[in-house]
Design a protein around this ligand. Sequence first.
Ligand SMILES: [Ca+2]
Ligand SMILES: [Ca+2]
Ligand SMILES: [Ca+2]
Length: 104
Amino acid sequence: MSFATRLVVPAAALLATWLTLPVQAQEFAPLKKLDTDGDGAVSLVEAETAARSQFASLDQNHDGSVSETEFLAARQQLFKLADSDGDGQLERAELRSRLMAARQ
Ligand SMILES: [Ca+2]
Ligand SMILES: [Ca+2]
Ligand SMILES: [Ca+2]
């Protein structure tokens, strides 16, 4: 199983789980962002659009696959975003702040 497949399969499973739940039942604000027409549900088109956008942001060299290097670079970006004081360590408050920001 390729690295890209190992990444895509769990993401697809998670997405499939999300798709079965109405948005109103969610406390998870990012799901509401997927509901671009605001009808209270995430359609397959909305989910695919979001997945394509996410994939495109990870696939930095636009070769149609996400390499381990690209995936790790994205994770490193997230770490730098969360490390607000830039000391190379994630303190509890920084992590909490980042999680709260992600939920909005
Ligand atoms: Ca919708
Ligand atoms: Ca790539
Ligand atoms: Ca820090």
